[in-house]
Design a protein around this ligand. Structure first.
Ligand SMILES: [Zn+2]
Length: 431
């Protein structure tokens, strides 16, 4: 009799213990990562990264050459297999890491030929459509998108590519690096305007400047709301970066709306928060081996610190009022992550009102909206916790066609200016 009783007692205490654990788990809202994050993502102290040596590697006969000797490159090794397939080994900066396997390399041959090449990933599976760029009039122009045969057993991608003695650039997305950041901003007419001021918010881990653009026509003595724009925390997320640049084009345009916006608002933009990662061809992290968009509570990395230190003083500035913030990203769909509607912000529910306007004006634009609580250590939530404002994580589809990207980004930027102007007018403050 005693023996079974003992077991029953044990079972009972187990149930008690489990109930207690469940209560304690649901009681604390500790954020430990999104479903797609690797373990320990919120530990943002420095982690070791593996740097790829810059080199030109030849293989086969006649020789095919592969180079990673340029900003934004990612190619860790290259050789011809016994079955004559040329294998390109692509590795992340460190692991574990989200599946965002960036690649970029130049390829050419001693004589014209078609080669079978395979992208073989360590720590990841093929994701981005390989795009071929050829040098035309001194510029890398997109000339082809390669069809791949995806091997679901190991995540590799096999493709055919025609090579000549002229190097071709093959990359996961167009090459927008820190190295060509200023030139890009010049070409797009964002820089070189009397109301665009170029500043340095701080230095990256490897000593690249964190660019800050202050765009406004508001005199210092005038009370003004502030729109903050953050982007490119994750290097391969080029479509989100391009969306942010189109926003900046609209905000710096000659239109009556843009002028009115600049005469009312102050824009503080940080379009490339991870310049090291962009130039070093990283899959996601900065040179500290950390996902910057999980460092907005601990601030262990210089890039997030730079934005925090540039913006936090606005809290004490009687003439400036943080008003709204957008953090641009890319993923496999167009998706907005607003702050839950129930969370009260000031001004309130900007994102929800803005989404209605975007959807109304872009009927064939497929947009998913997934609101979140404010517990995760991401940029959007830092803006909310620091300033009490509404903010948005704005994600653009990796595969959005250029034309659609231009159309929707322009329309969204104009709608936002209009909306924010109206919201500011209605603010019950002494502006
Ligand atoms: Zn991202």
């Amino acid at each position: 009799m005693r023996y079974p009783l003992f077991i029953m007692f044990n079972k009972y205490s187990c149930i008690l213990l489990i109930s207690f654990l469940m209560i304690s788990c649901s009681g604390s809202k500790e954020f430990s990562g999104f479903s797609y994050d690797p373990p320990d993502v919120t530990n943002t102290t420095d982690k070791e990264i593996e740097k790829q040596p810059a080199r030109v590697i030849g293989s086969g006969e006649p020789r095919i050459w592969a180079s990673n000797d340029f900003a934004g490159a990612r190619l860790n090794d290259f050789y011809m297999r016994p079955d004559s397939v040329f294998q390109l080994i692509i590795e992340p900066e460190n692991a574990p890491i989200n599946n965002s396997p960036w690649f970029a390399f130049k390829l050419w041959s001693d004589s014209a030929r078609t080669a079978n090449i395979e992208l073989k990933y360590n720590e990841g599976r093929h994701r981005y459509i390989p795009k071929v760029f050829s040098r035309i009039d001194g510029q890398w122009e997109l000339t082809d998108r390669l069809r791949v045969h995806y091997d679901s057993t190991d995540g590799s991608a096999l493709m055919k590519v025609h090579l000549t003695t002229e190097p071709k650039l093959i990359a996961a997305q167009p090459l927008y690096t820190f190295q060509n950041l200023e030139q890009t901003l010049q070409e797009r007419g964002i820089l070189g305007k009397s109301f665009t001021h170029k500043n340095t918010a701080g230095m990256s881990k490897e000593g690249r400047p964190i660019l800050q653009l202050d765009i406004t026509e508001v005199p210092e003595s005038q009370t003004a709301p502030v729109l903050a724009i953050v982007g490119r925390q994750h290097p391969p997320e080029v479509t989100g970066y391009l969306a942010s640049l189109i926003f900046l084009e609209e905000l710096t345009s000659d239109s009556e709306l843009a002028q009115r916006f600049r005469q009312t608002f102050v824009i503080k933009a940080f379009p490339m928060l991870n310049p090291d990662g962009a130039d070093m061809g990283h899959w996601r992290h900065n040179a500290g081996g950390v996902d910057l968009n999980r460092d907005w509570q601990n601030f262990n990395q210089p890039e997030t610190q730079a934005v925090r230190d540039a913006l936090t003083p606005l809290k004490e500035d009687p003439k400036r009022q943080m008003f709204y913030a957008i953090d641009f990203h890319s993923t496999n769909e167009n998706i907005f992550y607003p702050i839950n509607e129930e969370v009260e912000t000031s001004p309130d529910n900007i994102t929800q009102k803005w989404i209605d306007l975007i959807v109304e004006e872009n009927e064939d634009f497929v947009l998913t909206v997934e609101p979140f609580d404010t517990s995760s250590p991401i940029a959007k939530n830092w803006f909310y916790h620091t300033f009490g404002i509404d903010a948005l994580t704005y994600e653009v589809n990796d595969r959005i066609p250029d034309e659609k990207l231009g159309e929707v980004s322009r329309s969204a930027a104009r709608q936002l200016m209009q909306l924010l102007l109206e919201e500011w007018e209605q603010m019950p403050v002494d502006n």
